[in-house]
Design a protein around this ligand. Structure first.
Ligand code: IVH
Length: 681
């Protein structure tokens, strides 16, 4: 019988290619494991890229040999789709919270004081369930309601420390938390113009991206914390065994987990609290679980949570209240935020009557409706949030699918969990846009608060920010309105007139265009794009727009927004009107002192300061005295001014041997140069 002819490409036979692909996959997987799981790179990035590219080349030449578990697949697809719903194979339960040692120890004593418990970090990210069948990752699913979640498999496949194939052809249903380290968050947020509030929100948003190639760009990781092995005959006896099997299967586990008897828990918590500050990833507490599986089985579950585990939340000030109504606000970007109106409670010194419910996913996860008894808390953000449900109330609340202000059908945006009103003429959006424009941080127009702007809009005095500059023509009429006496009208008109002196540095971000905030404006100006004419000139030329990417700190999403904003006729018309009204459309040259003691130096700033708030004030001073300000630490940076909260910039400066000044040293430096900073800022 004649031998089947083998495909031969580039002098490599299919058989040889198959062998090399298998070898490359194995090698890459091991390096990835060392890098992402063990945090210990075994080869240089360059060497790694070489292996990776060789594998990509071979897979291109021999598509029939491409393994569905190939590491090259982590780049992800660009399909734009909504997520399919996935019925979980086991109920995905949550935890009952405790807020202090007494509450927790009370539970331990009632449950099994002599028993052994695991104490582990409660990672603050996004909960995920991974389903592996016969060793292959089949589905990655969000927790959702606990019964049904969103199938985000394509996105999950891009997370580099999640194995796509297990070393063993086992079936595993695994739970874990997708998160971002503080360092990765800071770096990613820096290139995203600081638009993300915290690593938890960014991680949760990242796994819900519509394009998995966008998820792939985000430095996500996972820690696994629980699993079942559906086909395994050998009975697992303890939680410790579960985690050790996960470890053998090369899943990353959170550090520091310990197993202690009930009497040692209080001391263990103290030890964990000490470590918290130096931890590289976000955590909002600990999880304490009974180790013995047979004891767990005997205790069982409530409808939502196991009786054999508790979360121990760090430092949360919580208050119970009742939801009397749920309303929703439409922001200037169109984002719809549901808010619970609650019976007033005192929280950290203030009376709270509203608490945010963030978005529909959050409402679904809590399973909350009007009439529910809930716990509200203030976290880092100013607005209190509904954190958990004590009793659920009526039906789970559903945000209507029409904008509450203009009744346009709401939409979802590229993977964000929020709903948006797409109508740029929506009254609430426009009003909030004008409110934003007048705010202190923006154009700082005196006399125009939320109430006045709402009135002026509702009574047809103004329909856009440009109309503010024609308001003087209606002065007489306005003075006849209730609450608008001669005095207040002249304050308003003077405030509007004065705003014409505001530098372009304020004018551009105040317009409120997506992505074009203060940071981006400053970067553009720093790089010579310092007027609206320059911006409009660039926006007419695709190559010039693309070249903006060369500015450190400006990424693809900003460039895309730049293209869209300045290609939009409505926006161009608005800009034209603002220009005609006399607003400054070119940045003022930065004033400089006669003496230039900082000449030739490049300063970067990070962290916060007592005497310079915002910290840009310190930078303005440096520039005034001849220095250059830079937004990222590089080999060209000569000095770093670092306050409390400094992160990766400080690390990098130390690595590069750059002179680092804290606030005290900086003040001493100013003094030695004869600079009285209080006069200068
Ligand atoms: S155990 C039945 N362990 O906290 C097992 N959860 O409501 C229940 N979380 O949705 C979860 N770190 O996303 C467990 N070490 C940990 C965890 C952890 C974070 C999250 C998880 C869950 C939520 C608790």
């Amino acid at each position: 019988m004649a031998k089947k002819k083998e495909t031969v490409v580039n002098s490599l036979s299919e058989k040889e290619a198959k062998k090399e692909i298998a070898k490359l996959m194995e090698e890459i997987r091991l390096h990835q494991h060392s890098y992402y799981v063990k945090n210990n790179a075994t080869i240089s990035d360059f060497e790694f890229d070489k292996l990776f590219r060789r594998l990509q080349d071979l897979e291109e030449q021999f598509p029939q040999l491409k393994d569905p578990a190939s590491p090259t697949l982590i780049v992800g697809s660009d399909l734009d789709k909504d997520f399919e719903k996935f019925q979980h194979k086991l109920p995905v339960l949550s935890l009952i919270n405790t807020y202090n040692d007494d509450e927790l120890l009370d539970w331990v004593n009632k449950t099994d004081p002599e028993g052994i418990y695991s104490v582990e970090w409660k990672i603050d990210g996004a909960s995920i369930v991974l389903y592996y069948e016969n060793g292959m990752l089949q589905n990655g699913v969000t927790r959702g309601s606990g019964g049904v979640g969103d199938d985000v498999t394509d996105n999950i496949r891009t997370i580099r420390n999640i194995p796509l194939r297990l070393p063993d052809s086992k079936s595993v249903y695994l739970r874990g938390e997708v998160f971002m380290t503080y360092k990765d968050f800071e770096e990613f947020n820096e290139i995203s113009s600081g638009k993300y509030a915290n690593p938890r929100n960014l991680a949760a948003g990242s796994i819900k991206q519509k394009n998995s190639s966008d998820t792939a760009k985000r430095p996500l990781r996972i820690f696994a914390y629980d699993a079942t092995f559906p086909n395994q005959t050998k009975k697992i006896k303890t939680h410790q065994e579960i985690l050790s099997q996960l470890d053998q299967l090369k899943f990353p586990l959170a550090p520091d987990t310990v197993y202690v008897t009930g009497s040692k828990i209080a001391k263990t918590i103290k030890d964990f609290k000490k470590k918290k500050e130096s931890l590289g990833f976000p955590t909002d507490g600990l999880v304490i679980k009974l180790n013995d599986i047979s004891k767990r089985d005997a205790l069982g579950y409530t409808s939502h949570s196991p009786r054999w585990a508790r979360a121990y939340k760090f430092d949360a000030v919580m208050k119970e209240s009742k939801i009397v109504d749920i309303t929703y606000a439409v922001g200037r970007t169109g984002k719809i935020t549901p808010r619970a109106e609650i019976e007033p409670v005192n929280l950290a010194g203030t009376t709270v009557t509203f608490a945010t419910l963030h978005n529909q996913d959050y409402i679904d996860e809590l399973g909350v409706g009007i009439g529910a008894i809930v716990r509200v808390a203030k976290r880092g953000e100013i607005i209190p949030a509904v954190e958990e449900v004590v009793t659920p109330g009526k039906d789970v609340f559903k945000i209507p699918d029409r904008c509450p202000s203009c009744k346009t059908k709401t939409i979802k945006k590229d993977g964000l969990v929020d709903l948006f009103c797409p109508n740029s003429d929506c009254p609430d959006r426009v009003k909030n846009g004008i409110i934003f424009f007048c705010q202190r941080k923006q154009m700082d127009i005196e006399g125009l608060g939320d109430k006045q702007i709402e009135f002026l809009y509702d009574q047809d005095y103004i329909r856009s920010i440009a109309d503010l500059y024609d308001l003087k023509d209606q002065k007489e009429k306005l003075m006849e309105e209730e609450g608008f006496g001669e005095k207040s009208v002249s304050i308003i008109l003077k405030g509007i007139e004065d705003s014409k002196q505001k530098d372009f540095r304020f004018v551009l971000p105040s317009i409120g265009l997506p992505e074009i905030g203060h940071k981006v404006t400053e970067l553009l100006i720093e790089h010579g794009v310092d007027s609206i004419d320059q911006i409009l000139n660039i926006s007419k030329d695709a190559d010039k727009i693309e070249a903006l990417l060369e500015i450190p700190g400006i990424g693809p999403s900003t460039v895309q927004a730049f293209r869209e904003n300045f290609g939009d006729k409505k926006i161009l018309k608005l800009i034209e009107r603002l220009k005609k009204a006399g607003l400054k459309m070119k940045a003022d040259p930065i004033k400089v002192a006669d003496r230039q003691p900082f000449a030739g130096q490049s300063w970067c700033v990070t962290g916060s300061f007592e005497n310079f708030q915002p910290r840009d004030k310190a930078m303005d001073l440096i520039v005034y005295y001849g220095g250059r300000k830079v937004s990222a630490v590089s080999s060209k940076t000569t000095h770093l001014l670092a306050g409390p909260g400094a992160g990766s910039k400080l690390e990098k400066a130390n690595e590069l041997g750059i002179a680092v000044y804290d606030e005290k040293q900086f003040l001493a430096l100013l003094k030695s140069e004869g600079i009285n900073f209080k006069d200068s800022i």
